[in-house]
Design a protein around this ligand. Structure first.
Ligand SMILES: Nc1ncnc2c1ncn2[C@@H]1O[C@H](COP(=O)(O)OP(=O)(O)O)[C@@H](O)[C@H]1O
Ligand SMILES: [Mg+2]
Length: 234
Protein backbone atom coordinates (compact mmCIF):
# COMPACT_ATOMS: atom_id res chain seq x y z
CA UNK A 1 0.00 0.00 0.00
CA UNK A 2 1.47 3.37 -0.94
CA UNK A 3 1.15 6.62 0.93
CA UNK A 4 0.18 9.59 -1.21
CA UNK A 5 2.51 12.59 -1.04
CA UNK A 6 -0.34 14.82 0.03
CA UNK A 7 -1.31 12.37 2.76
CA UNK A 8 -0.89 14.12 6.09
CA UNK A 9 -1.73 11.02 8.13
CA UNK A 10 -4.72 9.55 9.85
CA UNK A 11 -6.59 10.45 13.01
CA UNK A 12 -8.05 7.64 15.09
CA UNK A 13 -10.04 9.33 17.85
CA UNK A 14 -11.36 7.44 20.87
CA UNK A 15 -14.50 8.80 22.51
CA UNK A 16 -17.72 7.88 24.30
CA UNK A 17 -19.31 11.04 25.68
CA UNK A 18 -19.04 9.64 29.22
CA UNK A 19 -16.33 9.28 31.84
CA UNK A 20 -14.87 5.95 32.90
CA UNK A 21 -15.94 3.88 29.89
CA UNK A 22 -12.40 2.86 28.92
CA UNK A 23 -11.40 5.49 26.33
CA UNK A 24 -7.92 6.03 27.70
CA UNK A 25 -7.34 2.31 28.26
CA UNK A 26 -8.28 1.59 24.64
CA UNK A 27 -6.35 4.55 23.20
CA UNK A 28 -3.07 3.46 24.80
CA UNK A 29 -3.61 -0.23 24.12
CA UNK A 30 -4.69 0.04 20.49
CA UNK A 31 -1.85 2.48 19.81
CA UNK A 32 0.60 -0.04 21.22
CA UNK A 33 -0.88 -2.91 19.18
CA UNK A 34 -0.73 -0.85 15.97
CA UNK A 35 2.85 0.23 16.67
CA UNK A 36 4.26 -3.16 17.64
CA UNK A 37 2.19 -5.66 15.63
CA UNK A 38 1.45 -3.55 12.57
CA UNK A 39 4.59 -1.39 12.54
CA UNK A 40 2.60 1.79 12.34
CA UNK A 41 4.06 5.21 13.21
CA UNK A 42 1.79 6.07 16.14
CA UNK A 43 1.32 9.35 17.96
CA UNK A 44 -0.77 9.33 21.13
CA UNK A 45 -2.40 12.69 21.76
CA UNK A 46 -3.95 13.48 25.13
CA UNK A 47 -6.89 15.85 24.65
CA UNK A 48 -8.16 15.41 28.21
CA UNK A 49 -7.19 18.10 30.76
CA UNK A 50 -7.17 15.32 33.37
CA UNK A 51 -4.15 13.88 31.60
CA UNK A 52 -4.99 10.21 32.13
CA UNK A 53 -3.31 9.05 28.93
CA UNK A 54 -0.20 10.94 29.95
CA UNK A 55 -0.18 9.32 33.39
CA UNK A 56 -1.17 5.85 32.13
CA UNK A 57 1.96 5.90 29.98
CA UNK A 58 4.17 6.87 32.92
CA UNK A 59 4.56 10.57 32.08
CA UNK A 60 3.66 13.80 33.84
CA UNK A 61 1.15 16.37 32.66
CA UNK A 62 2.72 19.53 31.20
CA UNK A 63 1.97 23.22 31.74
CA UNK A 64 1.55 23.96 28.04
CA UNK A 65 0.37 20.89 26.11
CA UNK A 66 -0.08 22.90 22.91
CA UNK A 67 3.64 23.63 22.67
CA UNK A 68 5.37 20.94 24.76
CA UNK A 69 7.72 18.66 22.85
CA UNK A 70 6.47 15.08 22.47
CA UNK A 71 8.16 12.20 24.29
CA UNK A 72 8.75 8.59 23.23
CA UNK A 73 6.76 5.99 25.18
CA UNK A 74 6.62 2.25 24.43
CA UNK A 75 7.55 2.84 20.79
CA UNK A 76 4.99 5.62 20.28
CA UNK A 77 5.22 9.42 20.25
CA UNK A 78 3.19 10.94 23.09
CA UNK A 79 1.89 14.51 23.05
CA UNK A 80 1.25 15.02 26.73
CA UNK A 81 -1.86 16.58 28.25
CA UNK A 82 -2.35 19.02 31.08
CA UNK A 83 -4.96 21.06 32.93
CA UNK A 84 -4.71 24.10 30.61
CA UNK A 85 -6.34 22.05 27.83
CA UNK A 86 -9.64 22.80 29.60
CA UNK A 87 -9.62 26.41 28.39
CA UNK A 88 -8.30 26.20 24.84
CA UNK A 89 -10.19 27.33 21.75
CA UNK A 90 -11.05 25.06 18.83
CA UNK A 91 -8.62 27.03 16.68
CA UNK A 92 -5.72 26.48 19.08
CA UNK A 93 -6.55 22.81 19.52
CA UNK A 94 -6.85 22.38 15.75
CA UNK A 95 -3.34 23.79 15.34
CA UNK A 96 -2.11 21.43 18.03
CA UNK A 97 -3.64 18.43 16.25
CA UNK A 98 -2.07 19.55 12.98
CA UNK A 99 1.40 19.63 14.56
CA UNK A 100 1.07 16.00 15.65
CA UNK A 101 0.28 14.79 12.11
CA UNK A 102 2.82 13.37 9.63
CA UNK A 103 2.50 11.53 6.34
CA UNK A 104 1.93 7.85 7.04
CA UNK A 105 1.34 8.40 10.75
CA UNK A 106 -1.73 7.43 12.75
CA UNK A 107 -2.60 9.93 15.45
CA UNK A 108 -4.58 8.32 18.27
CA UNK A 109 -6.54 11.01 20.12
CA UNK A 110 -7.90 10.38 23.61
CA UNK A 111 -11.03 12.54 23.80
CA UNK A 112 -12.65 14.12 26.84
CA UNK A 113 -15.94 12.71 28.18
CA UNK A 114 -18.10 15.66 27.10
CA UNK A 115 -19.32 15.85 23.52
CA UNK A 116 -19.56 19.64 23.21
CA UNK A 117 -15.90 20.40 23.87
CA UNK A 118 -13.48 21.75 21.23
CA UNK A 119 -11.79 18.33 21.00
CA UNK A 120 -14.74 16.65 19.32
CA UNK A 121 -15.24 19.61 16.96
CA UNK A 122 -11.57 19.55 15.95
CA UNK A 123 -11.38 15.81 15.38
CA UNK A 124 -14.65 15.64 13.47
CA UNK A 125 -13.47 18.47 11.19
CA UNK A 126 -10.54 16.30 10.08
CA UNK A 127 -11.44 14.69 6.75
CA UNK A 128 -9.43 11.52 7.37
CA UNK A 129 -10.52 10.99 10.94
CA UNK A 130 -12.05 7.75 12.12
CA UNK A 131 -13.87 7.52 15.41
CA UNK A 132 -13.76 4.60 17.80
CA UNK A 133 -16.73 4.91 20.14
CA UNK A 134 -16.10 2.94 23.32
CA UNK A 135 -19.23 2.74 25.48
CA UNK A 136 -19.19 0.81 28.69
CA UNK A 137 -21.76 -1.95 28.22
CA UNK A 138 -24.61 -0.68 30.32
CA UNK A 139 -27.92 0.85 29.23
CA UNK A 140 -26.87 4.30 30.53
CA UNK A 141 -24.17 4.48 27.86
CA UNK A 142 -26.58 4.15 24.94
CA UNK A 143 -27.85 7.76 24.61
CA UNK A 144 -24.32 9.23 24.46
CA UNK A 145 -23.28 6.53 21.99
CA UNK A 146 -26.19 7.52 19.75
CA UNK A 147 -25.32 11.22 19.99
CA UNK A 148 -21.67 10.68 19.16
CA UNK A 149 -22.53 8.38 16.24
CA UNK A 150 -24.93 11.03 14.92
CA UNK A 151 -22.20 13.70 15.19
CA UNK A 152 -19.84 11.51 13.13
CA UNK A 153 -22.54 10.79 10.56
CA UNK A 154 -23.45 14.47 10.23
CA UNK A 155 -19.83 15.23 9.34
CA UNK A 156 -19.26 12.20 7.11
CA UNK A 157 -16.70 10.68 9.48
CA UNK A 158 -16.44 6.90 9.71
CA UNK A 159 -16.91 5.32 13.07
CA UNK A 160 -17.04 1.97 14.84
CA UNK A 161 -18.59 1.11 18.19
CA UNK A 162 -16.68 -1.20 20.48
CA UNK A 163 -18.42 -2.22 23.71
CA UNK A 164 -16.18 -2.38 26.78
CA UNK A 165 -16.32 -4.21 30.13
CA UNK A 166 -18.34 -7.13 28.83
CA UNK A 167 -19.37 -9.68 31.44
CA UNK A 168 -22.17 -12.15 32.09
CA UNK A 169 -24.72 -9.82 33.64
CA UNK A 170 -28.17 -8.92 32.41
CA UNK A 171 -27.68 -5.14 31.98
CA UNK A 172 -24.57 -5.86 29.91
CA UNK A 173 -26.45 -8.26 27.62
CA UNK A 174 -29.27 -5.73 27.29
CA UNK A 175 -26.88 -2.94 26.34
CA UNK A 176 -25.25 -5.16 23.72
CA UNK A 177 -28.70 -6.01 22.36
CA UNK A 178 -29.55 -2.29 22.03
CA UNK A 179 -26.30 -1.61 20.22
CA UNK A 180 -26.77 -4.58 17.88
CA UNK A 181 -30.26 -3.54 16.87
CA UNK A 182 -29.40 0.17 16.63
CA UNK A 183 -26.06 0.04 14.84
CA UNK A 184 -25.64 -3.22 12.94
CA UNK A 185 -22.47 -3.01 10.87
CA UNK A 186 -21.11 -0.04 12.84
CA UNK A 187 -20.90 -2.24 15.93
CA UNK A 188 -17.67 -4.22 16.05
CA UNK A 189 -18.10 -7.99 16.33
CA UNK A 190 -15.38 -7.79 18.94
CA UNK A 191 -16.35 -6.78 22.45
CA UNK A 192 -13.84 -6.09 25.19
CA UNK A 193 -14.18 -8.27 28.28
CA UNK A 194 -13.93 -6.80 31.73
CA UNK A 195 -10.64 -8.16 33.08
CA UNK A 196 -8.24 -7.68 35.98
CA UNK A 197 -5.33 -7.27 33.55
CA UNK A 198 -6.50 -3.71 32.78
CA UNK A 199 -6.04 -2.44 36.35
CA UNK A 200 -2.79 -4.39 36.73
CA UNK A 201 -1.46 -2.81 33.55
CA UNK A 202 -2.41 0.68 34.75
CA UNK A 203 -0.55 0.08 38.03
CA UNK A 204 2.54 -0.77 36.02
CA UNK A 205 2.02 2.23 33.69
CA UNK A 206 1.79 -0.04 30.66
CA UNK A 207 -0.80 -0.43 27.91
CA UNK A 208 -2.73 -3.65 28.63
CA UNK A 209 -1.64 -4.96 25.22
CA UNK A 210 1.99 -4.62 26.42
CA UNK A 211 1.50 -5.92 29.96
CA UNK A 212 -0.74 -8.92 29.25
CA UNK A 213 -1.15 -9.30 25.47
CA UNK A 214 -3.01 -12.61 25.80
CA UNK A 215 -5.46 -11.49 28.49
CA UNK A 216 -9.08 -11.31 27.27
CA UNK A 217 -9.26 -7.46 27.18
CA UNK A 218 -5.93 -7.21 25.34
CA UNK A 219 -6.86 -9.94 22.84
CA UNK A 220 -10.00 -8.00 21.96
CA UNK A 221 -8.15 -4.69 21.55
CA UNK A 222 -5.54 -6.43 19.38
CA UNK A 223 -8.36 -7.92 17.28
CA UNK A 224 -9.81 -4.44 16.77
CA UNK A 225 -6.40 -3.19 15.64
CA UNK A 226 -6.25 -6.12 13.16
CA UNK A 227 -9.76 -5.27 11.96
CA UNK A 228 -8.91 -1.59 11.34
CA UNK A 229 -5.73 -2.51 9.48
CA UNK A 230 -7.46 -5.21 7.39
CA UNK A 231 -10.14 -2.71 6.36
CA UNK A 232 -7.58 -0.07 5.42
CA UNK A 233 -8.90 2.32 8.07
CA UNK A 234 -5.51 2.67 9.75
N1 LIG B 1 -11.99 -3.96 29.98
C1 LIG B 1 -11.80 -3.50 31.22
N2 LIG B 1 -11.77 -4.35 32.26
C2 LIG B 1 -11.60 -3.90 33.52
N3 LIG B 1 -11.45 -2.60 33.85
C3 LIG B 1 -11.48 -1.71 32.87
C4 LIG B 1 -11.65 -2.09 31.50
N4 LIG B 1 -11.60 -0.96 30.75
C5 LIG B 1 -11.41 0.06 31.60
N5 LIG B 1 -11.35 -0.37 32.88
C6 LIG B 1 -11.18 0.45 34.10
O1 LIG B 1 -12.19 1.46 34.09
C7 LIG B 1 -11.68 2.67 34.58
C8 LIG B 1 -11.88 3.75 33.54
O2 LIG B 1 -11.07 3.47 32.43
P1 LIG B 1 -10.48 4.66 31.55
O3 LIG B 1 -9.75 4.04 30.41
O4 LIG B 1 -9.72 5.62 32.40
O5 LIG B 1 -11.84 5.32 31.04
P2 LIG B 1 -12.12 6.76 30.40
O6 LIG B 1 -10.87 7.19 29.71
O7 LIG B 1 -13.26 6.52 29.47
O8 LIG B 1 -12.49 7.68 31.52
C9 LIG B 1 -10.21 2.43 34.92
O9 LIG B 1 -10.13 2.17 36.31
C10 LIG B 1 -9.86 1.20 34.11
O10 LIG B 1 -8.85 0.45 34.75
MG1 LIG C 1 -9.84 8.98 29.91
Amino acid sequence: MSVRQSDSGRVLAVGSGKGGTGKTTVAAAIGYALATEHHRDIALVDFDPQGSLTRFTGQRAVADPLHAEPVEVHGMTLYRGGATLAGVSSAALGKHLARTMRPGRTVVVDLRPMLDDPGHAVVLAEARAFLLIVPELNPESIPETRKLAAMAEARGIGYRIVGNKEENRRPVKRALGFLQSGFGAQLSQTVIRRGAAVAEAHERLLPVTAYAPDSPPALAIRAIADELVAEGIV
